[in-house]
Design a protein around this ligand. Sequence first.
Ligand code: ADP
Length: 899
Amino acid sequence: MSGGHSLFERWRGRAAPAEEPVPQPADVPAVGLQLWLDGSARVLRLAGPLRSVLALPTQAGVRLHDYVQPYSLLVLEGEPPDWQGQPLELDFKAAGGRTLHTRGWLLAQSGGWLLQLFDIGDLLQHRQQALAAERQQHLTAHLACALRTCTIERLQVVAEEQLNWLVRHWRARGARVLVQTDQGWQTYACSGDALHWPRDEQLAPVLDRQLPASMISSATEPGLQDLLPGLSTYLLAYAQGQVNQAWLICVEPQEVLQALDALLVAAAFVEPLLGRLAAHQLDQQSERLDSLQLQLGAGWWQWRLDEPQLHLDPALAESLGIPPALTVNQWLSRVHPADREATQLAFGDLQRQGCAVQLNLRLLDHNAQAQPRWYRVCGQVHGSGGNRRVQGFMLDISDIKTQQLQASAAQARLENLIASSPAVIYVQRYHEGALLSEFFSASLEPLLGWQPRADEPLQPGQWLHPDDQPLWLERTRILLREGSSRSRYRLRDHQGGYHWVLDEARLLRDDLGLPVEVVGIWLDVSEATAAAEKVRQSEERYRVLVEDSPAMICRYRPDLSLVFGNQPLADYLECSPAQLAGLNLGQWLSEAQRQAFVERLAGLTPEQPVSNAEICLQLPGREHAWWVWSDRGLFDEHGQLQEIQAVGRDNTQVRRTQQQLLQSAKMATLGEMATGLAHEINQPLNVMRMAVVNALKRLENGEVQVDYLQDKLKRIDAQVLRASKVVDHMRVFGRRSEVEQQLFAPWQAVEGALSLLADGLRGKGVELRVQPPEHDAQVTGHQDQLEQVLINLLVNARDALLARREQQRDVQPWIALGLECDARQVRLLVEDNGGGIEPRLLERIFEPFFTTKPVGVGTGLGLSVSYGIVDTMGGCLSVENGELGARFCIELPRAQIIS
Ligand code: ADP
């Protein structure tokens, strides 16, 4: 209790005491407030210094009840005598709407009561302050605790909850917490009704100009008033080390905030919050760092220089398969032997002179089979005296090392390649629109004989062939304009000879697109150029040859479509060479010819790419053309026929002549056979004559019998048939051969020949031993021609037999005819017992005009023509001497009948 005096002083400051003299009973000192009351509590008189602060009721004679605040009326229950003997606490209405808190007691006086009261306002205020302080303490403790104990994920939610509490505590409209981040001041939590909060950036300039740990109110800070007009706002700073770290803003608290209290509350709120945030940031950083270290294969290491032990980041130690604490020697034993000495020396220096270490070394893996890994080990000495220690990190650089090794190997290979390549690599530096040669690879010397010199760079312009100088200038222009060029020019070597070089160059530019240098390559293409020129010339020669050749030359595909044909071919086919491409050769071939042609092509192989044939074509406006045709197949790498080159010669004329020759030979044969044929026909005529004569004789004698006549007439008829058969066949035989070959059975030709000759032969006493075949194998060709061959052979045999019989009367002449056949061939055999051919003549009998017969009898053409015919049929005519005579064999390919 501070006593009435000080209270009085306080009150005096607010209102001057009334001048009115106060009647004072002698025994009562005039202190505090004294009220004399009557028995019904009517105020008779007021005294004491506090009297002046009371708000006096306007009417007179009022009761004590009119002086007190309504809630104090409870105390004034009953009449004054009831209030005696107990302390009374009464709150009086004071001037200016205030309250005067009093405590006192009632004393009985003569004729009334004296109420003696003292001011207890201060007492109450202190109690309230203590209470408020307690509440605040409770609140701050609660705030701090809530913020410290929540999970980091809930931190912001909890912060807002706590801010709500704070708003309630201050009975404010809103509050907000801003924290300093990388992006400046940012709101972290917000509470309160829908205030038009300024944005963080608007607040920032106001916040930035405040002193550390200060409380600012809108009353003193006009900037704040502008941002939150009409609202009493407080800014509460939280500082660490003279720097504001956070702000708590409180808007419209019910009461004026006391700086000290408010700043304490703000600190209680912000400090744990910032602590948590910082810790979280740290956690994240260390997590990032750990993950980074793990990914990089990096980690720290530490070594107290006066201790034998070295410490490693546990994760790193685990990845290396070593304990996290180990002696320096143990550590050295893990270093690859090749790097151990360097490591030892560096560690020695470190220990003695405190030099920083920076080493690239290999560490042996705990798995002995695995490759050692490369590490970069860095370390620096920190501290002094007994606290000297090395701190550093190790970084796995195996990947980089491998790449480095690969790169240097690749570079070495490249350099080697450049040095040993037949190409020269050069670099020209760009300088103000000009290109200055700067580098030539070592291959310049072997190529041109010039030696790159360091002092005076070689300029290729000096070595250019005079004719090629424009090419060189053009190359530089193109290069600068388009960024790359490809050109070909001649360069002089140190001996004065010229080399054709192919120049491929590229202009390199910097980031801004400005030219920096030209990298180019020269390839010596002299040989290739010369070869190309030769090829061109030879191509030209061949072109002329092909175009001017009298032979038909063409290229066509396996489907017979022409790719190219020369003038002679075009002439035959009655079109221009240009029109030939695309035409199909097959259109001029008969179906059989086309099939044979395609079959022949199918027989071409890379080993036997050439085939020759005589083909027959039906050309426009001509009967038939015979071409001697030579094909050469061109194959791809799989042996597939791609194209055919063919050369042809028109053989029609020769063929015609041949045919005429054949025809005349046939006619000659016929002529030769004339005697025999006359006999053939005479014979039936004789028989008929005899029959007629005999019949007439009988008629004259009158002994005609029907049977007899019938028999004679039948005989005549048979002879007529026989004669007409011979004549018919002669007609057939005498005809020209068909143009194209046909399929026929060779035995038919035997029968045809016999029909002309058999009777004649028998008439001459020659026995015919004919053995009809079991097969009806077929061959391709002309039956009349084979018949002619057989006639020739039979006639020759007959001649030989007759000649022999002249000498040896007792000889029984015979001719044997037979047919043998296998899957691929048919053989016709003609054998006689005429004594054979003189062995030394055997080789010559097929020659044209070779004969042993007297002049006028033999022509010497029979066998040679026969040989030609059999050959055209794809067969072979051969002879050998048998036991008794000559044995001729006509060997023919059997036609493959496709059923
Ligand atoms: P030519 O019959 O007109 O003499 P060829 O060419 O037909 O002409 O015959 C040539 C020769 O071959 C004959 O002159 C003959 O000497 C001999 N010659 C042919 N066939 C026989 C044969 N069967 N026996 C003996 N010699 C033969």
